[in-house]
Each structure stands twice: as C-alpha cells, then as structure tokens.
Design a protein around this ligand. Sequence first.
Ligand SMILES: [Zn+2]
Length: 265
Amino acid sequence: MFAYIDPAIRRRLEQDHRLVNLDRQGGLVDSSNGSGTAISLLGPIPMPRMVGGEEVVFQWYAFVRRLQLERVLEVAGQATGGAEECFRELVQANMSVNSVIACPRFLEAERPLVRVHSCCMTGDVFGSRRCECGPQLEDAFQRIVDEGGGAVVYMSGHEGRGIGLWAKAITYLLQDDGQDTYQANLSLGLPEDSRDFTDAAVVLRHLLGGKPVRLLSNNPLKREHLEGNGQPVAEMVPFTPGVCDHNLRYMRAKRSKGHMLPEDL
Ligand SMILES: [Zn+2]
C-alpha cells in the first residue's frame, strides 16, 4: 500500500524525539495514539546559511498543523494506483509547512529576539521592492545572529496576508489602479488580513518552555496572537529596513492599520 511516509521511518523518528506531537499549549503528546495533537514538529535539522559574509549553522524545525497532515495521510491511504500516480494525487492535498530557523544558542537565551515572518514570495524570493519583506527577512537574520540566540519563525501559508499568491497578483493590479493594499483584498471579497499566528505560539512555547521573547516586528497583531496563545512577549522591537519610494504608500497604509511605524514615513 502507498504511504506518504513509511510508518517504520516515522516510528523511528518519534523514538528519537526528532518528530514530536504537540498539544495546543505546546506540551508533548504521547505518540502511541497521537490524540489531542495540534501540531507535529520535526527537527532540529542543521542548516548552514551565510549571514553577513559568515557561515552560521542554524537549527531548522519544520511544523505542520496535524489536521492538514492527517488529510494528506488520508488521501495517501485511499490512493489505489501505483506509487507515482498516488503521489500525483497527494500533491493536490494542501499542507502549509512552517519553520523555525534558530540560532545555535536559541534554546538557552533568556529573552531571545524572534522574528515571526509571513511568507512573501515576491519580496523574500523575487526581491520585489513593492513591499519591505525581503530586507526585513535579511535584517532579521543579521540581528538574531548579532545577538547570538534568536530565531526566525517563517509562516509559509501567509502570502498576501493570507489570500495566496494568485489573489495577491490581482491585488497588485488593483493597487496600480489606485487602491491601497487592504482595499484591494476587500475588493476581491477576501479578508484584508486572515493570518493566524497561533501555531507559531504553540511551537515557541514548546521550544522555550514559557520564556518570553522580544518580538522583532512593527505589527501589534502578532504580539496579540502570541500572547493570546500563551507565548509571553517581553517587548516589541520595531524595525524599518527596505523602505523606498516603491513601497511608501504600502507602508503608510500599514501605519494607518496600527503598525508601529514612524510618523514622518
Ligand atoms: Zn511582502
């Protein structure tokens, strides 16, 4: 029978505690039946990355909402064709895998600097200056390395504040016709911001055991979500790298929605 992940490999990873199941409070769930699991967390996986011209070996954790993983496993269990055919069916089951990319001393830090970053294909990968996401991500890596004990939490399902890349592309065309970034989402009948940072809170609680973080962000909504889900935030650390003529209107729209941005922007 086709299986998305060989059950013997899964059991071995669980025995080694490199695959763990977490409840909504970030506590460990007994893997024998897995009931009560909110999130499955895989790692740490060493991940070397260049930061400011020097190599740093980060620890990568991947995490996924259990309901989404179960849907994938269900589709795999029902698949009846050959392995390749089954895999093609499986690709259609949607699963957002998020990440923690942690500095080597993240777990020991007293009040680690943490960037919870919403995925932005256009900014993070293409280098678009229509938003400041790309420079924010680079600056975040530099800052957590400078401090020696921080982490980036990368939320992969948050493209376009949750509407996805296709709809985001349409909103860019609407913005070029005069709408702001929030109006454009609403014009499509989509929420202006549907991001949910609950899972980031659960995993941070698990890794840090309730220690507070310093949140590298201008967005009070992220603090609310983390604290509302039991992850203390000692302070917000605002930052504004990457502001330029191409994204000034976008930045001002964010300020009007409560982001902690300078008045003279
Ligand atoms: Zn962006």
